[in-house]
Ligand binder design. Structure first.
Ligand code: TMP
Length: 211
């Protein structure tokens, strides 16, 4: 694969969107081509799965069903967006990937990490991102940002503080332990910094993965 695959992860309201906008501006300035996509979503099937999982109207989803649905959306995303982007030598930027399932469904909801990995082994066809950036935020600060936003709250944003703390720990464990996070490179960036400082730290890492 000729391209570079960069994933941005973190609790909701960690600042992924602002960081992604900054990364895209940076790549534009370097005249580098890129795709930007999100999970769950970014394919017709994936977006339908997204609303099934997140719009709150669907009740009675079993925890394993959720893992399977995230994995199904992921597989479509890989085949339709990630692989083609990497093959053509672009930067492939993704809002979330497998670490979200490990953190939210594994650490947050208590589903066995082995089960999540088994399901995702099929879904991910063994592809590993070049760089996963974890925007690390104190869940209390994330909750303040979500409250200030006054928009709709997605299903997982509505879960309690203990859930959010477990999810955060899941990210930190993946970054520090390759047995949990897998073989790719993980970096943790303190999301309480200013957007400018977060972006410049991130660009520092991106330079290690220049095309
Ligand atoms: P976002 O696109 O606004 O970040 O929202 C996606 C939501 O889905 C977010 O609450 C995290 C959650 N999620 C999981 O629980 N597991 C997953 O595997 C993925 C990709 C997302």
């Amino acid at each position: 694969m000729k391209g570079r695959w960069v994933v941005v992860e973190g609790l909701n309201a960690a600042g992924k969107t602002t960081l992604m906008d900054g990364i895209k501006e940076y790549l534009h300035s370097k005249e580098q081509s890129f795709t930007h996509s999100r999970e769950p979503g970014s394919s017709i099937v994936g977006e339908r799965i997204r609303s099934l999982l997140l719009d709150g109207k669907e009740s009675g989803l079993q925890p394993i069903t959720e893992v399977l649905l995230f994995a199904a959306a992921r597989h479509q995303h890989i085949v339709e967006v990630i692989e083609p982007g990497l093959r053509t030598g672009k930067y492939v930027l993704c809002d979330r990937y497998l670490p979200s399932s490990i953190s939210f469904q594994g650490y947050g909801q208590g589903i066995s990490l082995a089960v999540i990995k088994k399901i995702n082994d099929e879904a991910t066809v063994g592809l590993v991102p070049d760089l996963t950036i974890i925007l690390d935020i104190d869940p209390e600060l994330a909750a303040e940002r979500i409250a200030a936003r006054k928009g709709e709250v997605d299903k997982y944003e509505g879960y309690d503080m203990e859930f959010q703390k477990r999810v955060r720990q899941g990210y930190l464990d993946q970054a520090s332990n390759p047995k949990i996070g897998g073989p790719g490179k993980f970096v943790v960036i303190d999301a309480s910094q200013s957007p400018t400082d977060i972006l410049s730290e991130c660009i520092g890492w991106l330079k290690h993965y220049e095309l």
